[in-house]
Write a protein that binds this ligand. Structure first.
Ligand SMILES: O=C(O)CCC(=O)C(=O)O
Ligand SMILES: [Fe+2]
Length: 311
């Protein structure tokens, strides 16, 4: 079993109008992938490998600085958006039953004027590159939401209309740049990224190298191959609830290389979330899950993955 590859050129960000027939074909292909495995690899989306490389290059410059220079940009520093900012190594625990993940990250969740952005030597373009890559990911995500609604025979705007406040502090959508450093020492059972499912509607993932593994319905982890220029898209928890389990939000992880391995890894995850106040109710009327406010669900999940460190 492998992750299906779907050619998105008919609805690419750089394309012109999509025909109804093309939309229906894409809808059928995405539906099959999201029902069977919860992940798909999209090619020809309009987001180019050059754009991804430009983003990863400036991110790496930020991560390779000493911690002292990164601290002023830490997550929980900005009162208007507590999720925005830098997360240091071994802080987040995506699988609460393991030691904290051996990774650091930078969350872009807010464009509020009070946010301070890195701007020192070499990082002058950090804000602009982050803002423009965020926009590209947002545009692609919204197209995918439309195709998903069509695939379920719903109003094409049903999911889109719950994502009107992206970029504001009333919507949890976050673009996360990830850096996995060379592995020096490893704690027992520690991973680069522990087993977890994502929390929002869908996630876009751009890998810089192989490494991500995805759990199939049969319970085996299979590699999500790195295909330059392709975008990996997965269903997240709120979309599984919304679709009453038609689309599945599955566990994924990044394993730990052996201690002493000098290899590093970079990736970018764009976590799309509905507006905080949106009530997620099963779209088939089944009531399989009780309605939940999108913002409440994500707050509960953050509390689990950023549990207070013991003194
Ligand atoms: O590094 C990756 O490829 C994926 C990371 C991930 O799954 C996440 O941060 O939710
Ligand atoms: Fe994830």
């Amino acid at each position: 079993m492998s992750i299906p590859v779907v050619d998105f050129s008919a609805y690419s960000l750089s394309g012109t109008d999509v025909t109804d027939e093309q939309l229906q074909r894409l809808a059928a292909e995405l539906k099959r992938a999201f029902v069977e495995i919860g992940f798909v690899l999209l090619t020809n989306t309009g987001i180019t490998q050059e754009e991804v490389d430009r983003f990863m290059d400036i991110s790496l410059k930020f991560f390779l600085q000493p911690d002292e220079l990164k601290k002023p940009f830490s997550r929980q520093t900005f009162p208007n958006n507590l999720n925005h900012g830098w997360v240091s190594l071994e802080t987040e625990k995506l699988n609460p039953n393991r030691p904290a993940d051996l990774k650091e990250s930078f969350n872009t969740s807010s464009f509020h004027p009070d946010i301070a952005w890195p701007s020192s030597d070499g990082l002058q373009d950090f804000k602009e590159i982050h803002m423009s890559f965020f926009q590209r990911c947002k545009e692609l995500s919204l197209r995918v939401l439309r195709v998903m609604a069509v695939s379920l025979g719903l109003d094409p705007d049903v999911f889109l209309s719950a994502h009107l406040l992206i970029e504001t502090d009333d919507n949890a959508t976050t673009m996360r740049s990830l850096y996995y450093p060379p592995v020096k020492r490893v704690k027992e059972n520690q991973l680069r990224c522990g087993e977890h499912s994502d929390y929002g509607t869908i996630t876009l993932v751009f890998q810089g190298t192989d490494g991500l593994e995805v759990c199939t319905r049969a319970g085996d982890y299979i590699p999500a191959a790195y295909i330059p220029g392709a975008v990996l898209i997965n269903i997240a928890d709120l979309m599984q609830r919304w679709t009453a389990d038609q689309f599945i939000s599955v566990s994924h992880r990044v394993l730990m290389p052996p201690a002493g391995d000098p290899g590093t890894r970079q990736s970018v995850a764009f976590f799309l979330h509905p507006d905080d106040e949106v009530l997620i109710t099963c779209c088939d009327g089944s009531n399989k899950y009780p309605p939940i406010k999108a913002g409440d669900y994500v707050t509960q999940k953050f509390n689990e993955s950023y549990e207070k460190k013991k003194a």
